[in-house]
Structure formats: structure tokens, C-alpha cells
Design a protein around this ligand. Structure first.
Ligand code: 13P
Ligand code: SF4
Length: 366
């Protein structure tokens, strides 16, 4: 059976005058990316989702990698992992629909255990979250006693429950330095992204033990890609996510979380820019910056792309799929996330490679 991304084969929802009235004001923002014929398929879903959100007191948290029709037309809050976690912590909605991947929905559930948290497709995973288990972390803690465990939010609730403090790509350097100081250790266990770990190591004196995990989207970019882009496009500004390998970050003009990259474009208005990250980012940032030209070499995240408008509508209609986590796991994981949220961070982590991107060890399951 072919997968139409959840859209019925002959789309069942008609583009009526009422749909037009409810959605016409939304189209101009995304008209550069979505032709009118395609908009007529999306618009009935957008109208139905926005009606149901009001009826059920629901909010949609949309990650920066969502496609433009989700990001701009049904998302109530958008941003990087840290921003979405903060929004989840303060919303007074009864229902949270996570337009993102499963670990993000788990983070929302951990911060709001009394709320209904829905993920429109349970298969929306993440190669980093899949790379490590809570049992792996327990073994690492035995091997390196006294070293605090910092885990990237791209992990399961079980892994967070074994963690001292979480981080995201927007605060990883500061969290590692804080953990070393707070736990009185010159070494930190930083899990599970070996590339983010090396990019953090290049910006701090703290010794880092990491794990052999990687993002299947960002590990595919190479320094050679950047050299080719620059050769063909003199003056182009190259921005990269710190899940990319260190030689990519060293060649880029700037590296930061998804929102860090978006803010860079907003503040600097480069003439010509390339974002080495997931493909939808460029569309979403371009919508906000009409004078900037975006080159489009990018990689798709197949997990993020599982989230579509029809699946979001179905989630709100059926209240499926609910994210459920053991209360004991929630309590332990929550402490690690709340320690991160409580840190007074003034700025995004800088990945400017002042040292060699070397870690003390890369561990893996034996
Ligand atoms: P951000 O925290 O930068 O949004 O990253 C999340 C992610 O999954 C990137 O691949
Ligand atoms: Fe995970 Fe990479 Fe997809 Fe982000 S882009 S959700 S890190 S697989």
C-alpha cells in the first residue's frame, strides 16, 4: 500500500468557501514554497486542525524542521528543542500535540505529566535517541564513578532518568562547564552524540567521555561539501548544526542550534546563505527573511517528515497516540531537564573550535 503521508488517496476534505475564509490569511507567508494547487489540499486540514485545537484546548508545538504548512499554519509555538521544552513547561493547555519526534513528545510529557501529550506518528524516532539505553548509561556510570552525566535531550525518558543534567545544542558548552563545576569533576560523560561531543570539546577545557551515537541526517555533511559550495558561490555564508562532524563545523562560518541558525540569518541578513541541516529549516527561515537567498543542499530527516497535517488532525480527533511514561521515570528524568531549564544562560553555545575537537573516550555497547 503506498504511503501518501497520511493524506487519503483522493483527498477527502473539500476546499470549500468556509475553508477559504478560515485560511486565506495564512497562505501569503508560504506561497513561495507551496503552489496554489497544493495549498488547496492542505487548507481544509489546516482549518479543521485549528477548529479542533480551540474545541479541545490544545496547543501544537512545532519544531523548526516541520514542513512550512505545519510550521506556519497550525503550530502555536515553534523553535528548537530547548524552546519547545520551555513552552511545554509553561502552557496551560489541556492537550499538547508534538509536531516533532518522539523524544520531544516525551520531554513534554515529563514536564507536564498531568496533560495529554500526543505524537501524531509513533514511528517518528531519532537515530541518536535509538543509539543508547538506560542500561548503557548505568554501565558507563560504573566505569566512570564521580563524572556527572550530561545527556542531550535527543534521548529516551529512560536515558534521561539516569542523567544528572540534560542539554540541547543551544546550551551544551555551558551545561558541560556547569556540570564539571557543580559535581567537582574535570571529566563529564556527554551522551550520545559523538560529533556534538567533539564540537563541545573544541570549546571547553573539560574532559569529555562520549558515546558512539550520531545523527543520521547531519553526519552525512562533509567539509568537502562546504569547499565545493564556496568555490561555486564566492561570498556565500555557511551555517551548520553542531550535530555535523567537527571538520564541517571548522569550515562553516557559524554553528548553532536550529534557532541559533535562524537568529543568525535574521540578525545578519546575508545576501546568500546555506544551512547545513534538515531541509525544511531553509523554507521556514526563508519565509521570515524574504531578502536573503538560500542555497538548498540539505538532508531530509525521515523521522520528522512522518508528521503530516492529516496525522495531526487524526491525533486531535482520536486523542491518539498518547505518550505514557512510568511515573518513577518521569520524576527522575524531570529533575535532569529542570536543572537544565533553571540555568541562567545568557547566550547560545558557541562552537568556534578554539581547541582540537578531541574527546577522552568514545564508548559503545560491547
Ligand atoms: P535543535 O535543538 O537545534 O532544535 O536540534 C534538534 C534536532 O533534532 C536537530 O537534529
Ligand atoms: Fe534525530 Fe537527526 Fe532527525 Fe534531529 S535530524 S530528529 S537528531 S535523526
Amino acid at each position: 500500500m503506498p504511503d501518501f503521508g497520511g493524506y487519503p488517496e483522493a483527498h477527502a476534505l473539500p476546499f470549500t468557501d468556509e475553508v477559504r475564509r478560515k485560511t486565506d490569511h495564512l497562505y501569503p507567508k508560504i506561497a513561495r514554497f507551496i503552489p496554489e494547487i497544493e495549498w488547496r489540499v492542505h487548507a481544509p486540514y489546516i482549518a479543521a486542525i485549528n477548529d479542533l485545537k480551540r474545541e479541545k484546548n490544545a496547543v501544537i508545538l512545532a519544531h523548526n524542521y516541520m514542513t512550512p504548512e505545519i510550521f506556519n499554519c497550525v503550530g502555536d509555538f515553534s523553535g528548537d528543542s530547548l524552546q519547545l521544552a520551555k513552552e511545554a513547561a509553561k502552557t496551560d493547555a489541556d492537550v499538547i500535540v508534538q509536531a516533532g519526534v518522539h523524544f520531544m513528545a516525551e520531554t513534554s510529557k515529563i514536564l507536564c505529566p498531568e496533560k495529554t501529550v500526543l505524537i501524531p506518528d509513533m514511528r517518528a524516532g531519532c537515530s541518536l535517541a535509538a543509539s543508547i539505553t538506560g542500561a548503557d548509561v548505568r554501565l558507563l556510570k560504573q566505569k566512570y564513578p564521580g563524572a556527572p552525566v550530561v545527556t542531550y535531550v535527543n534521548t529516551t525518558a529512560d536515558v534521561k532518568a539516569e542523567t544528572d543534567i540534560c542539554c540541547t545544542s543551544s546550551n551544551a558548552v555551558e551545561v558541560v562547564e556547569h556540570a564539571a563545576k557543580e559535581w567537582g569533576s574535570d571529566t563529564v560523560i556527554f551522551l550520545p552524540d559523538q560529533y556534538l561531543a567533539r564540537n563541545v570539546a573544541a570549546a571547553t577545557d573539560v574532559k569529555i567521555i562520549t558515546w558512539a551515537g550520531a545523527c543520521e541526517v547531519h553526519e552525512r555533511f562533509t567539509a568537502e561539501d562546504i569547499r565545493e559550495i564556496r568555490e561555486g558561490n564566492p561570498g556565500v555564508i555557511v551555517l551548520a548544526h553542531p550535530e555535523c562532524p567537527p571538520d564541517v563545523i571548522a569550515e562553516a562560518d557559524f554553528a548553532g542550534s536550529t534557532s541559533g541558525l535562524s537568529n543568525y540569518v535574521k540578525e545578519n541578513q546575508p545576501q546568500n546563505v546555506v544551512l547545513l541541516t534538515e531541509c525544511s529549516m531553509s523554507d521556514n527561515v526563508a519565509a521570515e527573511n524574504p531578502d536573503v537567498h538560500f542555497m538548498r543542499p540539505c538532508n531530509l530527516c525521515p523521522h520528522m517528515k512522518r508528521i503530516t497535517l492529516p496525522k495531526i488532525l487524526r491525533a486531535l480527533q482520536t486523542m491518539e497516540h498518547k505518550v505514557e511514561i512510568d511515573p518513577d521515570v518521569i520524576a527522575r528524568a524531570r529533575a535532569a531537564i529542570e536543572r537544565m531549564i533553571a540555568l541562567p544562560l545568557k547566550r547560545q553555545s558557541m562552537y568556534n573550535h578554539t581547541r582540537a575537537p578531541e574527546v577522552a573516550a568514545v564508548e559503545s555497547r560491547v
